[in-house]
Design a protein around this ligand. Structure first.
Ligand code: PLP
Length: 385
């Protein structure tokens, strides 16, 4: 499917909260199902009369991908459906092939550690060179873009929650002919839509908020550029990092509730961030929703919500942070984010995390539980360090 179907184009005018519920549905017919079935197949009947739209083989396309790709494309206000990949990293890996041989990639120093790791590996192999920047420092990023080929943005960043000036940086990239790619995993298209600000490509770890239940790994890329869409489709087909039909079905089922999940988790995040900031055992809190946060003004201007990840430092050492996580009873100590359940992780436990991430920093992915239960758990654990 290379063009949005007509009905989908009409859906572009729907409020995103409606789109996630009503998009990607089968035609309304008597006795027809309200959900698309899952298609488990490796190949398709082919009678030698192949037309351009033939599916041919299930590595090329699968009807189970279409509704989710349609909805995500529409949510990001793209001209084309999204392309799902087997993981966020598979999508990132495909996107990094857009950096030309011997080219220059501008990359936030606190990007997701997988993006940092893969870029470092490709740099070491001589594929391209990386200019690491403080993405919240607009002048620094603009300077680094001089003579660069690709600008990679992540905002807010994982796990430091720095907020990039997306309108200024994406406009500058467009003017100077630098290809721009935004990892929109933390914000989701309900909070910001980078393509509408001029980004060439958006990547997602669908594993997180979009699917929302910590039960699958999935990625996606989204673009309004026909050539990029076709190139990344070709990459997916030949490199083979394709999604399971079951996982995409679950992701679509998950995305249906994205707005209510985000509403609740952001409400919880605001309350918890304020209480953490006032707690004696907590030294710093990063959450763009806090009026005192350095990213607050920018986030207020360019996002329609502050997201549901809080980063904070506790006590004075890694041991203090580990101890706190061990003391949690309701909140799960685990990596990942964006699910309905609250997760806490000391990020620096990963050897590949940038050394500028404090060793006692805990990333809290706030879920949709009752906020007083979450606070009881957090404050109890804080008292024990
Ligand atoms: N982008 C961000 C911002 C992430 O946080 C992650 C995973 O944590 C990824 C990309 C990679 O996604 P996946 O784990 O689905 O491969």
């Amino acid at each position: 499917m290379s063009q949005l179907p007509e009905s989908a184009t009409a859906a572009q005018t729907w409020d995103p909260k409606t789109l996630i519920v009503a998009g990607g549905r089968p035609e309304h017919t008597n006795d027809g199902p309200v959900n698309h079935p899952i298609t488990f197949t490796s190949t398709y009947h082919s009678h030698g009369l192949a037309g351009a739209e033939d599916r041919v083989y299930a590595r090329f396309s699968n009807p189970s991908w279409d509704p989710f790709e349609e909805v995500l494309g529409q949510l990001e206000r793209a001209q084309y459906p999204a392309l799902v990949f087997s993981s966020g990293m598979a999508a990132i890996s495909a996107a990094l092939t857009l950096v030309p041989e011997g080219g220059v990639l501008v990359l936030p120093q606190h990007s997701y550690n997988g993006s940092l790791g893969l870029s470092a590996e490709l740099q070491a192999a001589g594929r391209f060179s990386v200019r690491a920047v403080d993405v919240a420092n607009t002048d620094e990023v603009l300077r680094a873009m001089d003579g660069a080929d690709v600008l990679w943005l992540e905002s807010p960043t994982n796990p430091m929650l720095e907020v990039a000036d997306l309108p200024v940086l994406l406009a500058a990239a467009k003017t100077s002919g630098v290809l721009s790619i935004v990892d929109n995993t933390f914000a989701t298209p309900l909070l910001q839509q980078p393509l509408t600000l001029g980004a060439d490509l958006v990547v997602h770890s669908v594993t997180k908020y979009l699917s929302g239940h910590s039960d699958l790994i999935l990625g996606a890329v989204v673009t309004s550029d026909k050539q990029l869409h076709s190139r990344l489709h070709g990459h997916r087909t030949l490199h083979g990092a394709i999604a399971s039909p079951m996982d995409v079905f679950l992701a679509l089922r998950g995305v249906r509730t994205l707005s209510v999940r985000l509403e609740r988790s952001q409400e919880n995040s605001q309350i918890l961030a304020e209480r953490l900031a006032a707690h004696a055992k907590v030294s710093t809190v990063r959450y763009p929703g806090l009026p005192t946060d350095v990213g607050h003004r920018r986030a207020t201007e360019q996002m329609s919500g502050y997201g549901s990840v809080i980063s904070f430092t506790v006590g004075s050492s890694a041991t203090d942070a580990d101890r706190m996580i061990e003391e949690l009873r309701l909140i799960t100590g685990a990596t990942s984010l964006g699910g309905v359940e609250t997760l806490a992780e000391r990020r620096a436990r990963h050897a590949n995390e940038p050394t500028t991430v404090p060793e006692n920093l805990i990333r809290l992915s706030v879920g949709i539980e009752a906020v007083e239960d979450l606070w009881l758990d957090l404050s109890r654990a804080l008292e024990r360090i």
